[in-house]
Design a binder for this molecule. Structure first.
Ligand code: CP
Length: 311
């Protein structure tokens, strides 16, 4: 059974085929508006979301199927063994999408091989974001084969893990300008797979990283738990100051783009933390493809679901 977990088990052709299918679905929505009749996607959330919920639920509607939203906090998961409850949940759907605090819960669900499972952002991976991002790059560059260099700024995390792996599988150079790795996101096996391709480059030299870049991508490195009513809580002031000093030099802003990579497209998986990893002028810049990225989550996920269901 196929799953969409971390992309380690997806070939370059699997990735390319899903992106091509997503382009085809996006161009011809009427051809696909009944393809998932009577099919149900169960969407189990342990964490909050805007884009993931909207894109999966709307996508299922547009394919003629149905998406059921389950908030783990308001179900019986707290009262029982996870392995039992998740097996019961999977009896009601054709695909399970999970936004989990820990990847191990996604892996457990997938291990039953009852229905295909999608990791919709755990602490380690975000494959749907990656496939949506690659769709965005394919559209803006006129094909994935035209994308040569992607830069990731800030912190190495779940989003950069799957982006890095997919880029390297496709022969795209990825430059990581990351003074820190988010410890809970580390997957040594994934790192080795990506490193072995020779397409991963690590540097803190912005000029070197950004020269000739096609896309510059970032994600949050500030923790919103540090704030109360817009002010930094006293107990987090030291950590807040540390993060500003560490990451602010790698902020994605217009000065950075215009000075080092005037042709690069600006990417962010959202939600944006304005004034930290990105600025308003970068979000609104002519090179920004951020809102296309958000929409493309839906088109990519339609293709993912069809691929997992063999349709
Ligand atoms: N990028 C992303 O996954 O957005 P949400 O957290 O809003 O789902």
């Amino acid at each position: 059974m196929k799953h969409c977990l971390h992309l380690k088990d997806w070939s370059a052709d699997d990735i390319r085929n899903v992106i091509e299918r997503a382009i085809e679905i996006k161009k011809n929505p009427e051809k696909y508006n009944n393809i998932l009749k009577n099919k149900t996607l169960i969407m189990l959330f342990q964490k909050s979301s805007t884009r993931t919920r909207l894109s999966f639920e709307t996508g299922m509607t547009q394919l003629g199927g149905h998406g059921i939203f389950l908030d783990q906090k308001t179900t019986q998961f707290a009262l029982t063994d996870y392995r039992d409850e998740i097996r019961a949940v999977m009896r009601f759907g054709d695909v399970l999408m999970m936004r989990s605090k820990e990847y191990k819960d996604v892996a457990t669900a997938a291990s039953f091989n009852h229905i295909p499972v999608i990791d919709a952002c755990s602490e380690k991976y975000h494959p749907c974001q990656t496939l949506g991002d690659l769709l965005t790059m394919a559209e803006h560059s006129g094909g994935l084969d035209k994308v040569k260099k992607v830069v990731w700024l800030g912190i190495e995390n779940n989003v950069s893990n799957t982006l890095k792996l997919a880029c390297t599988k496709l022969g795209i150079d990825i430059f990581l300008v990351t003074p820190k790795v988010h410890e809970i996101s580390v997957d040594e096996e994934l790192n080795k797979m990506a490193d072995d391709t020779g397409h991963v480059h690590k540097t803190l030299d912005l000029q070197e990283a950004l020269a000739g870049a096609d896309y510059v991508h970032t994600d949050t490195w500030m923790d919103m738990e540090f704030f109360d009513d817009g002010k930094v809580k006293a107990e987090y002031q030291t950590e807040y100051d540390k993060r500003i000093a560490m990451f602010k030099p790698y902020q994605l802003n217009v000065q950075l783009i215009e000075e080092h990579a005037p042709h690069a497209k600006i990417m962010h998986c959202m939600p944006c933390h304005v004034g930290y990893e990105i600025t308003t002028d970068a979000i609104n810049h002519k090179n920004s493809v951020i809102f296309d990225q958000a929409e493309n989550r839906m088109h990519a996920q339609k293709a993912i679901i069809l691929y997992l269901l063999g349709k």
